[in-house]
Write a protein that binds this ligand. Structure first.
Ligand code: OXD
Ligand code: MN
Length: 604
């Protein structure tokens, strides 16, 4: 626990009535005491309880516009939209500064950074001392998931960032509804922009205390604590303890021409097309099909007493990558972000509209994401940051699933793993069994993207797209997945997809975007027992005829290449996975080792 330090008691802003409410019951009293104790350490000049109203949002953005930390965009073309520019050293998740402060290093495991809880508290307490001087501390109670759902959770974030306070209103259900659902053991998050000193940046998670402390960053993934920190890192630990899954997965409902909706989840590493897949608009040649969005980033998946998998989206908004989104690649996103959106680190056109690479035409002169004049072909670097984002309420999305707010979630028929692989992995294939599917997820090795600081395009192991987000030992996490088998007679089928394979000329072999529905259709039809496949050493691969590529513009020879299984290259892949699994130590589950051996045998 953070120990309160002596200091002047700040004035509470009781305007919203929320602060009064907190004195009502034990759990509310403990929340109030925690807020007071943090304020004594961080010494803000003001404490404001957020209720999540439109008026409150407006006053936050007006204040930021007046201070110059938000730029109001063209009200006629982009009503109620704003541009935020980050500090140049603070534009992506900082994995090197992210820690799991479990009691033992072995609980965090080899894929996480670890500091002991005591050491972390000591270090943080020093950095937190008076870090909010002269600023307002916002108290943000938030609900994750539908109201009145057994699967939903409440957290409270304290932050000195008005950008975070405004964004949290878009990303979660803030205010009264959260306090109404508050229970003992709620997640506490403390965030301060501090000095933005990257050398003293810490994003610390204390699973045993359900506490997050994040300092010296204002970037979404580090600062909107409901997102990666709560919904994935802490929630994954709770999920292990309670027998469910907290996953870095989209959730969509795919409607076929008969009107049947099949729900699937999909795990892809950051900035690998999850949002585009979630918001896919069917191509002209797939009449009668539609894709309904439930979640673009996170799925909480519970097993019912009948053994079926039901998933909810804990979030209420999108914080998603902007570059390469256009009317051509994704008109549904373009329509959605035209109002009530906060853009971060995109470029600004001379008519005060946002612009990013891949969007299409732009004014001759632009201001880049740092605010410098940018001329195409003359200025260095990209105009928008490759990890520039939009933050928009999910309720604005035109093809939102009617089941999005169902307290019981949606039934999951299939799970997909994917990511950027320019070689090797076929366009789509299915696992033979649950264990084989878990191995497929555990073996996920993908090219890094700009969503995290560090080099881009480097192949790294990112099991289940959870490397940066699993809050405990990754081998225990694999084991947790395996235990689900005995608890369900209705396990989802597991697939891997790869729309990113490139040909000899370096160009993508598959057109992607809306055409990915051809792949999703095959997955749905496998679940319905209709689509054909051939058995290969790596799993069931579609017969070329079962993938309906008429309309995609893809030639038959290209399709054959997209579905080709190169046995020699797969043996190399298995060897590198074997080495990765070995590095995880003794906890690596024998059942997966056995699956790996079976796969080697099939390939030789
Ligand atoms: C995200 C990420 O922002 O995965 O969703 O980094
Ligand atoms: Mn993500």
């Amino acid at each position: 626990m953070l120990k309160p330090m002596l200091g002047p008691r700040p004035a509470l802003n009781r305007g919203t009535g929320l602060a009064d409410k907190v004195s009502q019951s034990g759990v509310l009293r403990s929340l109030n005491e925690w807020v007071d104790s943090v304020a004594k350490i961080t010494k803000p000049s003001n404490v404001t309880w957020c209720e999540g109203s439109e008026e409150e949002f407006q006053s936050l953005v007006d204040e930021m516009v007046a201070e110059g930390t938000l730029i109001k965009l063209n009200e006629r073309i982009y009503p109620n939209c704003y541009l935020h520019r980050s500090a140049p050293n603070d534009v992506a998740r900082s994995e090197e500064a992210t820690f799991i402060c479990a009691a033992n290093e072995d609980d965090a495991g080899p894929t996480n950074n670890w500091i002991s809880p005591d050491e972390a508290h000591k270090k943080l307490l020093k950095l937190l001392d008076a870090c909010m001087t002269g600023r307002t501390m916002y108290v943000i109670p938030y609900l994750l998931g539908p109201a009145d759902s057994l699967y939903s959770q409440v957290g409270v974030e304290l932050t000195d960032s008005p950008y975070v306070a405004a964004s949290m209103k878009i990303m979660t259900k803030v205010g009264h509804v959260a306090l109404e659902h508050l229970k003992p053991g709620f997640v506490r998050g403390l965030h301060s922009v501090g000095t933005l000193d990257a050398g003293n940046r810490y994003i610390c998670h204390f699973p045993d205390e359900r506490l997050i402390v994040s300092l010296n960053s204002n970037y979404g993934g580090n600062a909107l604590l409901s997102k990666k920190c709560h919904s994935l890192r802490l929630a994954s630990v709770m999920a292990r303890d309670e027998g469910w899954l907290a996953e870095h997965m989209l959730i969509i409902g795919i409607e076929d021409p008969a009107g049947t909706v099949t729900y699937i989840t999909g795990a892809f590493p950051s900035a690998s097309g999850k949002t585009n897949l979630t918001m896919l608009k069917p191509p002209e040649y797939m009449k009668g099909w539609n894709v309904w969005a439930v979640s673009d980033d996170i799925a909480w998946i519970h097993l019912t007493s009948e053994g079926s998998f039901r998933a909810i989206n804990p979030e209420s908004g999108f914080f998603a990558v902007a570059p390469n989104t256009s009317m051509k690649t994704n008109p549904r996103i373009m329509e959605m972000v035209k109002e009530n959106t906060i853009f971060t680190n995109v470029a600004l056109s001379s008519d005060r509209t946002p612009w990013w690479e891949g969007m299409g035409e732009h004014s001759r002169k632009l201001w880049d994401w740092r605010g410098k004049v940018w001329m195409a072909g003359k200025s260095p670097g990209s105009a928008a940051h490759p990890n520039s984002r939009f933050t928009t309420s999910i309720l604005q999305y035109p093809s939102l699933s009617s089941e999005y707010n169902n307290p019981n979630g949606v039934p999951i028929a299939a799970m997909i793993f994917g990511g950027r692989r320019s070689e090797l992995v076929p366009l789509v294939y299915e696992s033979f069994t649950w264990e084989h599917g878990v191995l497929m997820g555990a073996m996920l090795r993908v090219e890094t993207t700009a969503a995290a600081s560090g080099e881009v395009g480097v192949l790294r192991n990112d099991p289940m797209a959870m490397k940066p987000f699993c809050g405990y030992h990754i081998a225990d996490y694999f084991n947790h997945w395996l235990t689900l088998r005995s608890r369900s007679a209705r396990l989802p089928r597991i697939f891997q997809i790869n729309p990113f394979r490139v040909g000899r000329d370096g160009g993508f072999l598959w057109p992607g975007y809306s055409h990915n529905l051809v792949v999703l259709k095959w997955i749905v039809e496998r679940c319905q027992g209709k689509a054909e496949a051939v058995e290969t050493p790596i799993g069931y691969v579609p017969t070329p005829a079962s993938l309906k590529i008429e309309g995609t513009g893809v030639a038959e020879a290209t399709l054959n290449e997209l579905l080709r299984v190169d046995k020699v290259a797969w043996m190399d892949e298995l060897e590198s996975s074997r080495l990765f699994f070995e590095s995880l130590g003794e906890k690596f589950p024998p059942a997966l080792r056995e699956e790996l051996s079976k796969m080697i045998a099939r390939l030789t």
